[in-house]
Design a protein around this ligand. Structure first.
Ligand code: PPS
Ligand code: ADP
Length: 199
């Protein structure tokens, strides 16, 4: 890294930006298998927060791979680089005072920990969308599990590439057992109890 780079402090700080929006900025980091329900939950939560007048932005795996991450595949190095970029982008959103939602498989514990370490304590809220592989495979909305089983897609998470479950996620969602509405209520309650949004 170059030594000729000097950090400039901004006059307006993160806390001022967040206070103006009447919220505490954070990353709501959804992690789970393909088809576990990350995008559905993150979208439904963003709608709810929008209706409550909070300021949010959603970064979703598939969509980010159309732009920022269009040069990356699904080999281990690419997945690590993808999460590094998302972590840095999320940190910028936190600095802007926004409640950021991310929906990436993010299969590796050390990469999720890397993002946690990138931001301040209490700014990283890990949400484990815990849906058994058998149910994800049954849902298979994009037909990807079938293609992975048929050997058409290599290194598919859960089939031919690992998914490392979180040990201590702040929020544990049993998405095969509860409805989307019940799960959203659980996350909203967490945000209220912990002072991210007004009760
Ligand atoms: N090999 C392989 N493994 C897993 N997923 C694959 C693969 N190839 C394509 N897809 C599609 O890409 C979506 C996951 O992208 P992510 O950026 O979230 O994955 S990761 O965090 O880099 O593991 C994932 O979307 P979701 O189903 O929404 O999770 C898949 O639709
Ligand atoms: N709580 C739930 N109950 C029933 N079906 C769900 C639930 N959550 C998500 N789904 C369904 O599961 C499928 C996969 O959800 P999706 O959000 O695309 O997962 P991911 O983003 O993790 O790949 C979708 O068809 C969605 O409608």
């Amino acid at each position: 890294m170059s030594n000729n780079i000097v950090w400039h402090d901004y006059h307006i700080k993160k806390l001022q930006r967040a206070k103006q929006k009447k919220q505490k900025s954070c990353i709501l980091w959804f992690t789970g298998l393909s088809g576990s329900g990350k995008s559905t939950l993150a979208n439904a939560l963003e709608v709810k927060l929008y209706e409550l007048n909070f300021h949010t932005y959603l970064l979703d795996g598939d969509n980010v791979r159309y732009g920022l991450n269009k040069d990356l595949g699904f080999d281990e190095n690419s997945r690590v680089e993808s999460i590094r970029r998302i972590g840095e982008v999320s940190k910028l959103f936190i600095d802007s005072g926004i409640i950021t939602l991310t929906a990436f498989i993010s299969p590796f514990i050390k990469d999720r920990q890397m993002v946690r370490d990138l931001v301040e304590e209490n700014e990283f809220i890990e949400i484990f969308v815990d849906t058994p592989l058998s149910i994800c495979e049954e849902r298979d909305p994009k037909g990807l599990y079938k293609r992975a089983r048929d050997g058409e897609i290599q290194e598919f998470t859960g089939i031919s590439s690992p998914y490392e479950k979180p040990d201590n996620a702040e929020i544990h969602i049993l998405n095969a057992e509860l409805t989307i509405e019940q799960n959203i209520d659980k996350i909203i309650l967490y945000l209220k109890i912990n002072g991210y949004i007004n009760a």
